[in-house]
Design a protein. Structure first.
Lengths: 194, 101
């Protein structure tokens, strides 16, 4: 498949309109000097992924991303940011200096080249089948509660454990009771008898 | 549409996430970069699901599982970061060297 063939398909323009802001948002997430901006650029990247899922006909996954990621996870991140970094705004100590950044950039670029090259050599220009269609949410539900029911239950237990763990970790410890007061409480009835 | 455009996008997002994990000093931002990597994996899962025309929609179901696990991970991770901040008044990853010899 040549480049002009690829550009002749209208959905590829939709893909580019979605994908380029996603990459920009991801780039800003890892480079911006403002923590709140990083969380908001993550919304751009995740919203783009939801739009791509719609393009692929995976509607349930797309709206789950919008609800869970953008609705819950990013809000949780903003809470975490506002609790742990009281002076919000531009800060220069969020990233390492250039002596760490340059090797890290080299590593991640090499990773990109290796992954992209190996996938390109295997899949090349293979196209999606002509009629991808839309996955019905009812079908996803049937599959989850039929074929994937055990992983589903395991995930629900993981969520329960995470809920309990989060509460236990984040709550303030109760004040330790005074030992003297316990002794006094034990001694009080005896004193009353005497 | 070809499969490679989704795979390249996923690889780009994953690499950017790796870069963020390696360079960020603030623990919350490291967690954000991990979310970026999970989003890249989700794109690959759904793209392959549609590419292979899986009758069981396995890729989409596993993308949903990843979303659930990511939510749990963020909850626990932020609770730990909150605890570290409460004890040390700092959430920089490279200052947390209490167990280093």
């Amino acid at each position: 498949m040549t480049m002009s063939d690829w550009l002749s398909q209208p959905e590829n323009y939709v893909f580019l309109v979605i994908a380029l802001p996603m990459v920009f948002g991801a780039w800003r997430v890892v480079t911006t000097r403002n923590v709140v901006h990083a969380a908001l650029y993550l919304v751009l990247a995740l919203g783009g992924s939801a739009a791509l899922f719609l393009l692929l006909g995976a509607e349930f996954v797309a709206w789950t991303v919008v609800l869970v990621y953008i609705g819950a996870v990013v809000v949780l991140f903003l809470f975490g940011v506002m609790i742990t970094r009281a002076p919000l705004g531009r800060q220069d100590d969020l990233s390492h200096a250039a002596n760490v950044r340059i090797p890290a950039a080299a590593i991640s670029f090499a990773l990109f080249i290796i992954m992209g090259g190996s996938m390109l050599s295997y899949f090349g220009g293979e196209e999606f089948t002509a009629d991808v269609g839309i996955t019905r949410t009812a079908d996803i539900g049937f599959v989850i509660f039929d074929r994937f029911v055990i992983p589903f239950e395991v995930v629900s237990m993981v969520l329960l454990a995470a809920l309990i763990g989060g509460i236990v970790l984040a709550r303030k410890d109760p004040e330790p009771k005074e030992v003297e007061s316990v002794d006094a409480a034990l001694a009080a009835p005896e004193g009353g008898d005497a | 549409m070809i499969i490679m455009q989704f795979l390249i996008l996923g690889a780009a997002l994953f690499s950017l996430g790796v870069y963020g994990v390696l360079t960020r000093r603030n623990a919350v931002l490291v967690l954000l970069s991990v979310e970026l990597m999970l989003a890249a994996v989700n794109i690959n899962f759904v793209a392959f699901d549609r590419f292979l025309g899986d009758e069981l929609a396995g890729g989409q179901v596993f993308a949903l599982f990843i979303i659930a696990i990511a939510a749990a991970e963020v909850g626990i991770g932020l609770a730990i970061i909150l605890l570290i901040y409460r004890n040390r008044h700092d959430a920089n990853v490279d200052d947390l060297d209490l167990m280093k010899l």
